[in-house]
Design a binder for this molecule. Structure first.
Ligand SMILES: Cc1cc2nc3c(=O)[nH]c(=O)nc-3n(C[C@H](O)[C@H](O)[C@H](O)COP(=O)(O)OP(=O)(O)OC[C@H]3O[C@@H](n4cnc5c(N)ncnc54)[C@H](O)[C@@H]3O)c2cc1C
Length: 304
């Protein structure tokens, strides 16, 4: 059984980049909450990422794939395994006729800038959406009336065995805030998106409108992971309204609280703890159940 130092050395060679140990995940997550990962790395290319996954599997060490860290929370105790960030898989190639080939770790923010530069319409709805393209597709993130599923042509991914596969749009299992990748363990490495030629100035204006709307709603004033619960469109009332109707706006546990400006957001007012977030989420779900007999489905993912 290799010792801790040997494992760190093996991962560092395999990741083709430094591997940190006891790395605080609060640094990588928009919530600014979460304990340390035993190992953390950001491989510079797909073969290095694949080799890290295979090494972790051979050593019997758990691994977790991290995008932009804007939809999740690590437990206070941390993660006893290796967190593999996609942030260096950030290539972007604009092809003719509005097709864009992107690395899964490309940030939504960079793609937004590219669309303005290249006069490509169809991504304005994601202006100001934190995270990466890969994370957005995994979550099938949705806002301002659109979702990732509407612009994905196909996805390149690694199976848990390290085999590279191409997944067509029709096989991605997209539904409201769902994709097949939430259940099959595939690691998204690249994606082909279809956008449309458009007017740079009009695209920039719409991007600004969408981002400013988020700013006005105070979404960036406190660390958070976005909406705590999914909306249920069959009910027709957003989760935030249901939570608000239970009088929970401003309710605080420890250093985290239900946001006064948006009851479906939990904000970290400084040094918040994961256990407090989870207690607050339990309370929100319980109160909504008591009052409305509606079960809220969590949107924030808890690791592990
Ligand atoms: C202020 C704020 C506002 C937000 N507004 C919205 C909104 O309007 N609509 C909305 O839908 N969401 C919203 N979110 C949530 C979040 O930004 C999105 O879900 C985003 O798409 C997550 O992407 P990410 O790269 O940060 O993923 P992460 O949080 O890093 O990961 C989310 C999940 O995806 C998996 N994953 C990430 N990348 C890969 C990959 N390459 N391969 C396999 N699995 C992967 C992770 O393992 C994890 O399970 C908001 C968040 C914040 C902080």
């Amino acid at each position: 059984m290799p010792n801790f130092k040997n494992i760190l050395t093996q991962f560092t060679q395999t990741a083709q980049s430094p591997v940190q140990s006891q790395y605080p995940m609060s640094r990588e997550c928009s919530f600014r909450i979460g304990g340390p990962a035993r190992y953390f790395c950001a491989p510079p290319n797909v073969p290095a990422l694949r080799d890290c996954v295979l090494l972790a599997r051979n050593l019997g060490i758990a691994y977790f794939i991290l995008g932009g860290g804007s939809n999740l929370i690590f437990r206070d105790e941390g993660f006893n395994g290796i967190v593999i960030s996609t942030k260096k898989l950030d290539s972007v190639f604009v092809q003719p006729k509005g097709r864009v080939d992107a690395g899964a770790g490309l940030s939504n923010r960079t793609l937004t800038a590219e669309t303005v530069k290249n006069g490509l319409s169809g991504f304005e709805w994601a202006s100001g959406l934190p995270g990466t393209i890969g994370g957005g597709i995994f979550m099938n993130a949705k806002c301002y009336g659109s979702a990732f599923s509407e612009i994905v042509c196909d996805v390149t991914a690694l199976t848990p065995d390290g085999e590279q596969v191409h997944v067509k749009h029709s096989d991605c299992g997209f539904a409201y805030k769902r994709s097949l990748f939430q259940t099959n363990g595939y690691i998204l490495t690249g994606v082909a998106l279809q956008l449309l030629p458009g007017d740079n100035e009009a695209i920039r204006r719409r991007n600004d409108e969408v981002r400013q709307d988020r700013e006005q709603k105070g979404q960036f004033l406190f660390p958070s992971a976005g909406c705590a619960f999914k909306n249920d469109y069959n009910i027709g009332v957003p989760a935030g309204r249901l939570i608000e109707s239970c009088g929970l706006k401003g309710h605080q546990i420890g250093r985290v609280r239900v946001y006064e400006q948006h009851a479906n957001f939990i904000i970290n007012t400084g040094n918040g703890r994961t256990r407090d977030v989870l207690e607050l989420m339990d309370l929100m779900a319980a109160r909504v159940w008591e009052k409305h007999h509606i079960r809220l489905e969590p949107e924030i993912r808890v690791v592990p």
